[in-house]
Design a protein. Structure first.
Length: 752
């Protein structure tokens, strides 16, 4: 044992200076080895689990030597990450946002200068930088505020954004400067920027760890420095008081759950996740906690990088109690609507647990809704190529805007239930409208919902709704009636426009659109006749597992789907002609089990059979950018155990003369799951017609009457698509009453 301890300290002392960091693939020996790595003090908060029993991870040389000492099998993928970062970087061609000199990221002084520049350019929106405390080495920790009266402490909802807790994660800082610039530059041109600057106090602490960041600049001035912790001098008996091992992991030093175990943090001063000698032993964490407690923040984002995830409490993997869990999930889902980040605890999203972290303290002690966004993908890593800096920052603008918006009251149509999916002309339908205050503050007085018709084809029985009060995160349901005009034709759209607001909230506009009339069935396959309607050159086939009937179609009738970075598809054999068809749509029943965030199934359309476009539906998510998923594209992934009925809108293909359709599955070669099933595949659309124009000559005349009389009295046949046109009085029957109604139409129009 003594030899082992001596050996351990020899390795630590050999690499106490500037270390080389490497991308390493570890071959796991059983499920308990992850726990072993935690307990050895290795930082696992950015590992990528490949599920072929390997993980990709970033390690220092000293950490790699720990693997060697403990006989843990690995291979080196990149032997010097700093050199790799510098060599791979491509310059950015976007000059609308000033980049810095470290792979596009600001140095410490450049960041400070940027705060001054923002104040100089936008003094009406940006405060002077404000010292909120000092770091271990005495550097100032700066904060600044964005608001319409930045020098005044107004009674407006407050939100906080922090960055650079870990010194090697510059995108956690850069995206905050990008967002601040976006808000100021888009005032008077973007309604969201206008509202947020006029009605929020948005605080930014872009660099929590100035010492660590300055040290990274000193060891790698062009960027790519891999120091993580602050620059606290470790205990005198420690062998790592220099280089990248020195310091305390600030995101393990907060008071909530500090030091709960050695798998969420480490007591070893040389570890990358060293928690410090006690909770809040570090001036940096004390500064941030004091600042948060001194303000009235409703929500806080503690930015990190990387992994394309949005993490909420708890750090040990347990879930918050309701209703907070639903709050975390729903707000997180909206924040990640366009960037596709996975939302959940650290255990759910990345597979690691922590203790003593900022999010748990902010939520658990301060009682404030808080997340950790980990921006950028594994391929971006800690120091992305310069040409990736702006795209990563852009991915966060919507997330940051939503997060700032919900710090006050914020109203949305949470749900709408229409009692008739295909309402008839001259009908009245009931709509259950569920309104939610998704924000974190109660309504400021009454909530007003103004209602206006989408067009002249329909109108509501009321023109506004008044909800006396709506508490934070609560809902209110109102029944409204929609009247449909008798003067419209089949296949036209009507609906209602809603404006939701209180005396201080954002005026959010939403629309309910409804297509009137009877949709026409264009194609149907219930999978009962095998693959006759679909290409079966790949692995796709039918199985006896159906929502209705006996069979459905799946990508892998026997076993799991294709792996090894493979793909498979099944294409509809019929080329669909939408000539004369408006608002076409597709419905199908589906269920799936597909590796979340890595593999996917897409439903795609083409107008030439060569170039394909992925389509979104009610149940699609967005690609994460990991594995084979493309960031932002609509996909099916994860687990959907029960059958759902999916709807795909094809409105943009109205009147298209040809359209091809297919399902495509792609896998990254790691985990293969059961796959994707679909059943009852329908294509519908609306034919626009004039009631009574039975011979389809675009006028109502005596010839239409002759055809109707022949059908009713002589039982001559009519094509199916003409039958709704012949039902003149809308009673779903074609009889002598329709003849009388058509005669009246002819007489009133003098068309006979």
């Amino acid at each position: 044992m003594r030899l082992g301890i001596i050996f351990f300290f020899i390795f630590n002392s050999l690499f106490a200076e500037q270390e080389i960091f490497q991308h390493v693939k570890i071959n796991l020996d059983g499920n308990n080895q992850i726990k072993q790595l935690y307990e050895l003090g290795i930082a696992l908060d950015h590992y990528k689990k490949n599920k072929d029993n390997t993980i990709d991870i970033i390690l220092s040389e000293s950490e790699k030597n720990i693997l060697i000492y403990h006989d843990i099998n690995f291979e080196v993928i990149q032997d010097d990450l700093t050199s790799y970062y510098l060599n791979r970087s491509q310059p950015s061609i976007d000059r609308n946002f000033l980049l810095g000199s470290m792979l596009g990221n600001y140095t410490l002084q450049e960041a400070i200068n940027q705060m001054d520049t923002l104040f100089m350019l936008y003094p009406n929106f940006v405060s002077e930088k404000d010292s909120i405390g000092s770091s271990f080495e005495g550097r100032t920790i700066w904060a600044f505020k964005l608001s319409d009266n930045p020098s005044i402490d107004e009674d407006e909802p407050e939100v906080l954004f922090t960055g650079l807790t870990h010194a090697r994660e510059p995108l956690s800082m850069m995206n905050l400067f990008y967002f601040a610039n976006w808000l100021c530059e888009n005032y008077n041109s973007d309604v969201n920027a206008n509202y947020l600057l006029d009605n929020r106090e948005m605080w930014f602490v872009p660099i929590i760890n100035p010492d660590g960041y300055a040290y990274n600049e000193s060891i790698s001035p062009a960027g790519g420095g891999m120091h993580r912790k602050n620059r606290r001098t470790n205990p005198s008996n420690s062998s790592c008081n220099e280089g990248t091992q020195q310091g305390v992991d600030l995101n393990r030093n907060y008071g909530y759950g500090w030091g709960a175990n050695n798998s969420g943090s480490s007591g070893n001063p040389c570890s990358a996740v060293y928690r410090g000698s006690s909770a809040f032993s570090e001036p940096e964490t004390e500064v941030i906690s004091n600042f948060i407690l001194s303000r009235e923040f409703n929500n806080v984002l503690h930015y990190h990088s990387y992994s394309n995830v949005l993490i909420h409490s708890w750090g040990d993997g347990t879930l918050p109690d309701e209703p907070d869990l639903t709050t975390f999930r729903e707000i997180g889902k909206e924040m990640t609507r366009y960037n596709g980040y996975i939302v959940g605890t650290g255990t759910e999203t990345i597979g690691y647990g922590v203790n003593g972290d900022a999010v748990d303290w902010t939520y658990g002690t301060a009682g404030i809704i808080s997340y950790t966004p980990e921006v950028g993908s594994f391929s971006d890593n800690f120091w992305p190529s310069e040409n990736r800096v702006i795209p990563i920052c852009q991915d966060q603008v919507y997330s940051n805007s939503v997060f700032a918006m919900i710090s006050g009251s914020d109203y949305i149509i949470y749900d709408k239930i229409v009692n008739n999916r295909y309402p008839a002309i001259d009908d009245t339908i009931s709509i259950s409208l569920v309104v939610q205050n998704r924000g974190l503050k109660n309504s400021n007085g009454s909530v007003i919902i103004d209602i206006t018709p989408l067009n002249s084809l329909s109108y509501s029985n009321i023109d506004n709704i008044v909800i006396e009060t709506l508490a934070s995160r609560s809902t209110d349901t109102t029944e409204i009636l929609l009247h449909i005009s008798s003067d419209i034709q089949n296949g036209f759209m009507g609906g209602l426009i809603f404006s939701l607001y209180d005396s201080s909230s954002f005026n959010r506009v939403d629309t309910i659109s409804i297509i009137f009339g009877d949709p026409q069935e264009i194609f149907f396959d219930g999978a009962e006749n095998g693959m006759i309607e679909w290409s079966d050159n790949d692995s796709w086939g039918t199985v006896f597992d159906a929502n209705e009937g006996l069979s459905s179609i799946t990508d892998s009738p026997v076993g799991n789907y294709v792996g090894d970075w493979g793909s498979s598809e099944t294409q509809l054999n019929t080329i669909i002609n939408f000539s004369g068809i408006y608002y076409p749509f597709i419905t199908f029943d589906a269920k799936w089990n597909i590796e979340q965030s890595y593999d996917f199934v897409q439903f795609q359309v083409s107008n030439d059979g060569i170039n394909w476009i992925p389509l979104s539906g009610d149940y699609t998510s967005v690609g994460s950018g990991s594995g084979v998923q493309i960031t932002g594209e609509p996909i099916y992934d994860g687990l959907q155990e029960t059958w759902i009925n999916e709807t795909i809108d094809l409105s943009t293909y109205s009147n298209a003369t040809q359209a091809w359709f297919r399902f495509v599955l792609k896998s990254d070669g790691a985990v293969e799951e059961d796959g994707f099933y679909f059943d009852n595949f329908y294509i519908h659309g609306y034919s626009r017609f004039m009631k009574g124009d039975i011979n389809q000559d675009n006028s109502i005349n005596i010839y239409d009457l002759v055809m109707l009389v022949d059908f009713v009295l002589l039982e001559n046949s009519l094509p199916d698509y003409i039958l709704p046109i012949a039902d003149i009085n809308f009673d779903n029957n074609i009889n002598s009453d329709d003849i009388i109604a058509l005669i009246i139409m002819l007489m009133s129009s003098n068309s006979y």
